[in-house]
Write a protein that binds this ligand. Structure first.
Ligand SMILES: Cc1cc2nc3c(=O)[nH]c(=O)nc-3n(C[C@H](O)[C@H](O)[C@H](O)COP(=O)(O)OP(=O)(O)OC[C@H]3O[C@@H](n4cnc5c(N)ncnc54)[C@H](O)[C@@H]3O)c2cc1C
Length: 421
């Protein structure tokens, strides 16, 4: 079967749907191609969190900020503004807060009265009495409460986009792209696994974990890696996890096992890397009648595309151990581990952890991918930016930071790479 569209979007995750929405809104005929139902690869595995806090990379802060503005057009998508709370040593938190102009000013509190409970922007550093009074469940020297940040209903956003894409006449075709059709040096469509050719004026590659192969097929030299990240959901029958908490992040090194436990673990090869001090980054938030726990200190590089990577052995217990250092109330669960549900997906990323949004070297082809751990929060801003590129509209200043051709620009100065959860 041959089909034709103005724009063919390869991949119906949040990014593909966002591009389809913004293109359809401008009157283009959009066809989505995906072998799976929409949103069922990486986009339904996320922690659904967002932050306009990208120390050292204001371009990403602008992209996420724009996404949040655009979310105003989706009043049905629930979101909160609880913030991100980084806990650790004061000095380290002060260092973390540097270079985050878009987040707003830093305020320091030793007494609880000065802490602005519902602040919409800025960062609040809490120490001493202020920390004890406001976050009594934490074991930490200091905490940095970052807003605007929180979490949103990512599935709801995806469904809202999909509905609007269909209302604008967009369609989804089941199938997998295996190659790009090129005529006269221009991409004119894709070849599918079933042998069909789908032709279009423009092709948007939004294939999530499948993007590296498609770029390779086009001869695009963009340095991408894939790494597996997981999360565990625990039930909380003891009510040990604070239901009102923001996203809680352990921002210091952590040891998961005491000296007395180490001999018991000898011979457990899978646990050997976890016996030393581990990097910061364990995080958690309340979810339904339980809580989500994430700790991915050694994300495995993955060579093949896929949607359901296999978690490392003992993932839930390791994540819980890390979080119990921060939340002593969870220690009870280490004695009798509740049954957790674990899932995860692949972070596709560039070396400096900025996504690819815009035209590829071959005319007619566009990339919308490499959103590692921020594809939910950046989806709307990224889809809008892609549509602007494709339609030749004026671009915002941050567009250059995400242009897929930036690696060929001798003047491109990537940021050192901001921290990632
Ligand atoms: C554990 C975890 C926690 C996360 N937490 C957050 C968070 O808190 N906040 C946040 O913003 N982000 C988070 N993320 C990241 C976010 O989930 C992703 O960045 C985002 O979902 C990527 O969306 P996508 O549309 O690019 O990819 P996907 O959702 O994977 O969609 C890509 C689609 O392309 C299809 N496809 C692949 N190859 C082909 C092909 N050859 N032909 C046709 N179709 C193809 C796939 O079937 C899939 O449906 C998290 C991710 C993980 C794994």
């Amino acid at each position: 079967m041959d089909a034709r569209a103005d724009v063919l979007v390869v991949g119906a995750g949040l990014l593909g749907l966002s591009a389809a929405y913004f293109l359809g809104k401008r009157g283009l005929g959009v066809l989505l191609l995906d072998p799976r139902p929409p949103l069922t690869c990486t986009s339904d595995k996320s922690t659904e969190c967002y932050r306009v806090f990208w120390p050292g990379d204001e371009a990403l802060a602008l992209l996420v900020g724009r996404s949040l503005e655009l979310l105003g057009a989706f009043p049905e998508v629930r979101k909160n503004r609880r913030g991100y709370l980084y806990a650790g040593r004061e000095e380290a938190l002060l260092a973390l807060s540097e270079g985050a102009e878009a987040t707003g000013p830093l305020r320091r509190h030793t007494r609880p009265e000065t802490y602005p409970e519902g602040a919409a922007s800025g960062m609040d550093l809490l120490v001493g009495e202020a920390l004890k009074a406001r976050f009594p469940y934490l074991r930490a020297e200091a905490a940095l409460h970052v807003r605007p940040a929180g979490w949103l209903d990512a599935w709801g956003l995806g469904q809202a986009l999909w509905r609007r894409v269909r209302e604008a006449g967009g369609r989804l075709l089941p199938g997998r792209a295996v190659g790009l059709e090129v005529e006269g040096g221009r991409v004119v469509g894709v070849a599918t696994e079933g042998g069909a050719t789908l032709r279009a004026e423009a092709v948007v590659l939004a294939a999530g974990p499948g993007l590296p192969e498609l770029l390779r097929a086009l001869g695009e030299a963009v340095p991408l890696t894939r790494e597996a990240h997981f999360k565990a959901w625990f039930p909380d029958p003891q009510g040990a996890f604070p239901k009102e908490a923001p996203l809680l992040i352990l921002q210091e090194e952590v040891r998961l096992f005491g000296e007395e436990e180490a001999p018991l673990l000898e011979g457990e090869e899978a646990l050997a890397p976890y016996l030393k001090a581990l990097p910061p980054g364990a995080h958690a938030r309340p979810e339904g009648e339980g809580f989500l726990a994430l700790f991915n200190p050694f994300p495995e590089r993955v060579e093949r595309a896929g949607c359901e990577p296999t978690p490392p052995p003992f993932y839930p217990e390791l994540a819980l151990r890390a979080l119990a250092r921060l939340l002593p109330g969870l220690e009870g669960y280490l004695r009798a581990l509740p049954k957790a549900r674990v899932d995860g997906g692949l972070y596709v990323r560039t070396p400096e952890n900025r996504p690819l949004i815009g035209p590829l070297a071959r005319p007619g082809a566009y990339a919308l991918g490499a959103f590692s751990g921020f594809g939910v929060m950046a989806a709307l801003g990224a889809g809008e930016l892609l549509a602007k590129h494709l339609l030749g509209e004026a671009l915002p200043p941050h567009a250059r930071a995400f242009h897929p051709g930036r690696y060929r620009d001798p003047d491109y100065r990537p940021p050192a790479g901001s921290h990632q959860l």
